[in-house]
Ligand binder design. Structure first.
Ligand SMILES: [Zn+2]
Length: 273
């Protein structure tokens, strides 16, 4: 019992040491604004990752990295107006609603991120400069200006790691392995980007594994009535296939990323279509 107690006490001492260390570092380096705080997310912020229809029977696993636009309380408004925090720079409007409709229609599990991509873009690896963008489209994001490595790591630990580790865990579970899961990520894009109007309505995106995308493009061009294009308005070179690469390519799973122009899914009628 004593041994256990000593070990417990030693853990407490270590954790106090760590807290003091972080606090002192914080005072010494004002640039590292997040350093020394107990963590990016408080209990009031809630969990970053949501899994819906966890017992869905479909092979398809739907993933929505830009579903939410929550901001951790500690970051305030990130220096942005309310209008920008509701705009496409903060999230993919309509993408979660479409994902939920698909999840119901297919009986598929859906994994989504509640926090804004401005805090951390879960479709980017931690080493990518745009994982915590200083500029999104043409808008400066004051809370991301000059973030140091510790602050960046804290964002990744709070949002990126739990999100992707949860997906890893789900894919490791026997039921999904046995079912040979299919990874489908759902996104939306703005009809006007950097002043340029976009005609494409639905993008079917893929990385080096094009099997599912080829099949979808073949069917879409014949019957959808929409302007459907391959690897538009973004392509792998833009870094948008990170989730596909991390989870599907490694495991040899069928995969695709679907981008829908957000004016088409702005309301329930469009989302249902
Ligand atoms: Zn997106």
């Amino acid at each position: 019992m004593d041994k256990l107690n000593r070990s417990f006490q030693s853990s407490i001492d270590n954790s106090c040491f760590l807290k003091n260390y972080l606090h002192n570092q914080s005072a010494e380096n004002a640039g590292e604004q997040m350093l020394g705080k107990p963590g990016l997310l408080s209990a009031r912020d809630g969990a970053p990752v949501v899994v819906e229809r966890a017992s869905g029977q479909s092979r398809v696993i739907l993933i929505c990295e830009h579903a939410g636009r929550a901001i951790p309380e500690v970051l305030g408004d990130m220096g942005l107006s309310a209008a920008l925090l509701e705009s496409h720079i903060a999230w993919d409007p309509g993408a979660l609603a479409v994902s939920r409709l698909l999840s119901t229609a297919l009986d598929s599990m859906l994994v989504h991120q509640r926090f804004s991509r401005l805090v951390y873009d879960c479709n980017r690896p931690p080493e990518a400069s745009d994982s915590t963008p200083e500029i999104s489209e043409v808008f400066a994001v004051p809370a991301n200006r000059g973030l140091g490595p510790v602050a960046k790591a804290e964002r990744a630990e709070a949002l990126y790691l739990p999100f992707h580790e949860r997906i890893d865990q789900l894919l490791d579970e026997t039921a999904h392995t046995a079912r040979n899961a299919v990874i489908v990520t759902i996104h939306s894009f703005t009809p006007v980007f950097k002043g340029q109007k976009r005609d494409v309505e639905i993008g079917i995106l893929h990385d080096s594994d094009r099997r599912l995308a080829d099949c979808m493009l073949k069917k879409a061009s014949a019957a959808s009535g929409y302007d459907v294009r391959r690897n538009e308005p973004y392509a792998p070179v833009d870094g948008v296939t990170h989730t596909l690469r991390r989870h599907a390519l490694q495991r040899g799973l069928l995969n695709v990323m679907i981008e829908v122009r957000n004016d088409l899914i702005a309301d329930a009628v469009g989302q249902g279509r």
